[in-house]
Ligand binder design. Structure first.
Ligand SMILES: CC(C)(COP(=O)(O)OP(=O)(O)OC[C@H]1O[C@@H](n2cnc3c(N)ncnc32)[C@H](O)[C@@H]1OP(=O)(O)O)[C@@H](O)C(=O)NCCC(=O)NCCS
Length: 198
């Protein structure tokens, strides 16, 4: 797990630091606010913090209020962005950008190849962030988050790295299974490595 604090580049941004056990209650509360029925529980965050290859960060304001958190999983092969989230009042200032960069740096540090994530197809702010970081859509999982709510699987190759051995559009697993209805859903590959889907 990465232990050194990661400082965002922009001056007004709070520093990121590794998530600790005492952060979990606040993280789980913000998680529930942001993701409702598909939110991860505190127990899941506990498990994530204990799992190998994971790195999680938080950002807090001067009063200790939680502004955002993120986590990544890497184990030498491909890596996953497990989660990225910022509090509504903290958005649009580059904190999501800094958290995603921390995930990317963790994947690079552990020698991961491609970095994968899942995002709800209608999540415009998240898609803007991911596309700006070079993620491209490699698959669509129809109704993954419920009827009419598809998941997009995005992938970012390491800068300057070799092309993937699995060919285009062939992700295995991705990050957090933030879903309430995966059974029977279909993972389809469309637009492999093509233009980002806005
Ligand atoms: C996605 C998220 C993490 C971005 O956090 P953030 O702190 O606003 O990130 P940034 O300040 O770096 O901005 C990211 C992009 O979102 C855009 N954005 C912010 N609010 C937006 C809005 N209401 N509509 C569209 N785009 C928006 C910003 O303009 C920026 O894009 P740009 O750089 O191309 O202009 C945040 O919106 C969030 O936590 N959403 C809820 C949780 C979530 O959906 N997480 C992702 C799960 S896959």
């Amino acid at each position: 797990m990465t232990t050194a604090p990661v400082r965002p580049p922009a001056g007004a941004l709070p520093a990121l630091r590794p998530m600790r056990w005492w952060d979990v209650a606040d993280v789980a509360a913000l998680e529930a606010e942001l993701f409702g029925p598909t939110a991860w529980s505190a127990e899941t965050f506990w498990s994530e913090l204990a799992a190998p290859g994971r790195a999680y960060w938080v950002a807090r304001d001067d009063e200790g209020g939680l502004l955002g958190y993120a986590g990544a999983a890497a184990a030498g092969g491909d890596a996953d962005v497990q989660t990225v989230a910022t509090a509504p009042a903290a958005r649009g200032r580059g904190l999501g950008d800094a958290l995603l960069t921390a995930c990317e740096d963790h994947a690079t540090a552990l020698g991961a190849g491609a970095l994968l994530l899942e995002v709800e197809a209608g999540n415009a702010p998240a898609l803007r962030l991911y596309h700006r970081h070079g993620f491209v859509q490699v698959a669509r999982r129809r109704d993954y988050y419920g009827p009419g709510s598809d998941a997009l699987v995005l992938r970012r190759r390491p800068p300057g790295g070799p092309p993937p051995a699995d060919g285009p559009g062939g992700p295995g697993t991705t990050g957090r299974p933030r879903t309430t209805g995966t059974t029977g859903t279909t993972a389809t590959t469309d637009d492999p490595d093509g233009a980002p889907t806005p």
